[in-house]
Structures are given as C-alpha cells and as structure tokens.
Design a binder for this molecule. Structure first.
Ligand SMILES: [Cu+2]
Length: 521
C-alpha cells in the first residue's frame, strides 16, 4: 500500500470513534483535517444544563465535536468564534505555539467575539487536545463539553500502524471525562466549597461525549490513544474481560507512548495511571476475546487537606462584572454528595466488542521511535518550585496566587533548566502542566503508599514519565526533577518575550489560582 492510501486507511479508523450519539445530541464527533477548518465555534446548547460544544465549519459542511487530525508540518488557519455567554479561549494543549496562538488566559475572547488563529503543527505525532483556558471559567467550560482531540501523525506513527497490521476501526482516539448524572441527565457545573478545594468529581464516565460508550473492533491489535479529560479525577486505567474466569483480573497491554508521542520501546503493563490532561497510547491484543471493558481500577487518591476547606470565591471570575454574580465555591456540600464515587473509586470507562474472523497478530516492534533517554549536562541550573496549601486560598505554586499580568518565572530563550518540583506531604495529587514546551522526567523521589507500585522505571519514575511530557503528576510528598529546553522556533511569530503558563491541571485548582506565568526572554 502506498503512503497516501495507507494514511487514508489509518485515519479512517480514527473515525470509528464517531458513531451516532447514544445519550446526548451534543456527543457527535467525526474526524476533520485540521487544515480544513475555517471556523471553530464554541457554543452553549442548553442554558439549563449548561452543556456546550465545538462546531467546526469546513465551508461545505459543519461537524459537531470534531476529532481533528493533522500530519506534522500541517497548519491551522481559522476564526475562533465565542458564542458563549462567558469569555473563552482555545488552547491547543501540548503544541509548541507562540504566545499569541497559545490560547492561554491572557487574552480571552469576549462573549460574541472572534479571533483568528494561525499556526503550524511542529510537534511529534501523538494525541493532543484543545480546550478553553479563560481564567476562572476553564473548569466550568471543559466540564460542559468543550474539549476536543487533535491526533498528529508522522512517519514513525504510520510505521507503527503498519507493523501492528491494524484492522480498520482498530485505532481509536478517546477523551474520557467524568460527569455527574441524575436521572440520565448530566448535571450542570455547580461546585460547592469542597469541590473547589479537591476538584469536581463525577459519578459516570463519558468517552468522546458518550455514556456507556462501546466500540466494535476486529481481532488483532487495537491501538488506543486515551486522554484523561476529567476536571479532577485520576484514572488507573486497566482492561477487564467480562467473559474471563476472573472478571476482576486485568488484561495485559503495552504502553506505546505518552503525552508527546511514542516511547523508544513499548512497556508491558496491566494498569497505567493517568491524571488530568495526561495521555497514553496503548496496544492491546484482543484476539480470542469477545469483549473488553476499560475501567479505572480502585486506588488510594491521597487527598490530604488540612482541616475544613476555607470559604472562597473564584477570584478570577470577579474580573467580569456581569458574571461575578454567578459565584461558585460558596455552597456547602449537599447531603447526596457523600454517595458519589470519590476520586480513586472504581469507575467503568468504555467497552470494546470484538467481532470478525481472527487473523495472525504480528509481534510488537521492539523499537517505536528514535527517542533517547534525557541526559542534561551536570551544570544545568536547577529551579526549585514548591506546591503548597494555603488555608485562605487553597493550593498554590510557591505560595503565590496567580496574577494574570505577572512575569512569573523568567527564563532565557534557548536555556536548559532542571525543574525540581516538590509537593508537600499534606496535599493532593497535582498534575502539573507546562504550556509550549515538552519536557522530560528525570527522576522522582518520596513516592509512598500505593503509588510506589507505579514506580517501575529507572529513577523511581512511572511508565507515564517516559517519553516527551507536557503534564506530569506530583503525588503528595514527592519531588520530581524535569529537564526543560526553552528553545523556540526562529520565526517572526515567536519574536519578543513570550509568556506561557505553568499550572495544575486539576481544573478547580487551576481556576483557584494554582498557576504561574513563565516569561521567555
Ligand atoms: Cu492541583
């Protein structure tokens, strides 16, 4: 098969994630080439439930909740339209973009406003995603359904599909998010005091916008690129076979890649932990099985906050006078909240039904990419960053609440730095995200409790620390060392100081000021 035909076949299978909606009219998704999008509209479809959606306008047709795909090197040039009653932005999470295109919270698009976005995809193949980032409204808008996938392909990615001999439909890109469901209807975002402190947790999982989602796959290898799009919930992802003698036992799979693309070599696992905004790329051989259920296996979520949560408003919302009335974080916990599955409770995510004749399953390639182990020079300067808890304001970075106009961390263009990130012992897991720059995890220390089981890799690292990362999980008491390279493309768009964000991707923590700027000089 020539490359063009092969690409078409491979990407067509991503579209298998786009069936008819099972529960909600806002859950349609179909694959769309990034370069074809002329307008991307963020709109609220239901003022009572607050559900929102993205609509991609391709000129000839419109696609609701699109799954975007691009080959490395392709571009995006579209109008972003804000049809929401709140400010919004579109942030392409994981991509290296200039400040003007990053969709960070500095320049929100006002309600009814529009903004032209133009950029080129420079990053490796992998699963990226796009979501709103208006400070103080991010959690609400992402929960409401504004999260979309971007699949980037390149030669390595396509070579892998060929080696796995993937059947059409056996490659899926999936966004998993938890929602609160009452009588079959998704409840609107209305966080109380405790939700703003710990995060807004749902009791059911959506996969690509669908409850109880199921996909039909053929025997052989299945390749799944999975995003944790939950506001605050960590997922200990595993696969169970409901027809196996032991329905609880986990089916082995292989980790192929993480946030920024393929690992050097696959890792054999039976579970993998991904927190908010982290992605995994896995291969699972479904030959001889009729069905698989993806679950989040029960784990100890280690929420240790000091005493009662303080009453606090979302400070960032106060900037928008007309919306300041819609204050959140002030209601006490309703009684029924105690029955909700807490972070760490087992949760069904989505199912795979295996249909069709078995074919030979090829061996997994021993090498997936040319990525080498990170090896920063011994004299690389170290920047020390602390994740703290403050009784008046909640979780903070270096005891400093976010200020939208701050310089934050000043770094020199093209500098290399080691970041030492220490989470306090009395804390929560914080998935920390750096905009604009993929980084490498060097090692982690201080991991204890059940999380130690995840530290299977050299340097005390987790399997999800391997590869190129843009979001890394810090459990309570852990110290992480990351290698960052602040090189930016030599293009006019990146001229002058560039401001990016560094924040916790627990979206309630992010809106609650656990964020800092990074200014590249
Ligand atoms: Cu956090």
């Amino acid at each position: 098969m020539n490359r063009r035909r092969f690409l078409a076949a491979g990407l067509a299978s991503l579209g298998a994630a786009c069936g008819a909606p099972q529960v909600k009219s806002d859950s349609v998704s179909a694959r769309v080439s990034l370069a074809e999008v002329r307008r991307l509209v963020a709109e609220r479809i239901d003022p009572v439930a607050g559900r929102c959606r993205y609509v991609a306008d391709l000129g000839a047709r419109q696609v609701v909740q699109p799954i975007l795909f691009a080959r490395r090197g392709e571009g995006f040039d579209a109008l972003i339209e804000n049809a929401l009653p709140q400010p919004t932005t579109v942030h392409f999470h994981g991509l290296t973009l200039s400040q003007a295109q990053d969709g960070a919270g500095f320049d929100p698009i006002p309600p009814g406003g529009r903004k032209r976005m133009r950029f080129e995809v420079r990053n490796r193949s992998g699963l990226y995603w796009f979501h709103p980032h208006p400070h103080g409204f991010t959690a609400e808008q992402v929960y409401a359904g504004l999260a979309g996938l971007l699949v980037v392909t390149d030669d390595e990615d396509q070579a892998l599909d060929a080696a796995l001999a993937l059947a059409p439909g056996n490659r899926l890109a999936l966004a998993v998010a938890d929602v609160r469901v009452e009588n079959g209807v998704i409840r609107p975002y209305a966080p109380g005091i405790r939700d703003c402190m710990q995060g807004w947790f749902g009791d059911k999982a959506l996969a690509n916008g669908r409850l109880d989602a199921n996909w039909v796959v053929a025997p052989g290898w299945v390749r799944l690129q999975i995003l944790n799009a939950c506001n605050a919930r960590g997922l200990l992802l595993g696969f169970q076979d409901p027809h196996a003698d032991n329905k609880e036992s986990l089916v082995p799979f292989h980790l192929l890649g993480t946030d920024g693309g393929l690992l050097a070599a696959p890792r054999a696992l039976d579970r993998v932990f991904l927190h908010g905004a982290e992605r995994v790329d896995v291969a699972i051989d479904v030959t001889g099985r009729r069905e698989l259920q993806a679950v989040s296996v029960e784990f100890d979520a280690r929420h240790h906050t000091q005493g009662a949560a303080p009453r606090h408003r979302h400070p960032a919302r106060e900037r928008y006078a007309p919306l300041a009335q819609e204050s959140v974080c002030e209601t006490p916990e309703p009684a029924e909240a105690r029955d909700r599955p807490a972070d760490g409770a087992e949760l069904a995510l989505f199912g795979l039904r295996v249909e069709g004749a078995s074919a030979r399953t090829p061996a997994l390639p021993a090498r997936l990419s040319a990525l080498s182990e990170p090896d920063p020079a011994p004299d690389t300067p170290t920047r020390r960053i602390r994740l703290d808890f403050d009784e008046r304001t909640g979780f903070l970075i270096d005891q400093t609440p976010y200020a939208i106009d701050e310089t934050g961390y000043s770094v020199t263009r093209a500098a290399r730095e080691v970041w030492e990130i220490k989470n306090s012992p009395i804390s929560m897991p914080h998935p920390m995200h750096v905009h604009g720059f993929g980084f490498r995890v060097l090692r982690r220390q201080g991991t204890f409790g059940a999380a130690r089981r995840l530290a299977t890799e050299p340097g005390g690292r987790f399997a999800t620390d391997l590869g190129v990362k843009d979001t890394v999980l810090a459990w309570p008491n852990e110290t992480l060392w990351l290698a960052l390279d602040f090189t930016l493309p030599r293009e006019a768009a990146f001229g002058g100081p560039q401001r990016y964000m560094f924040h916790c991707h627990n979206l309630e923590h992010e809106d609650g000021m656990m964020m800092r700027n990074i200014t590249v000089l």
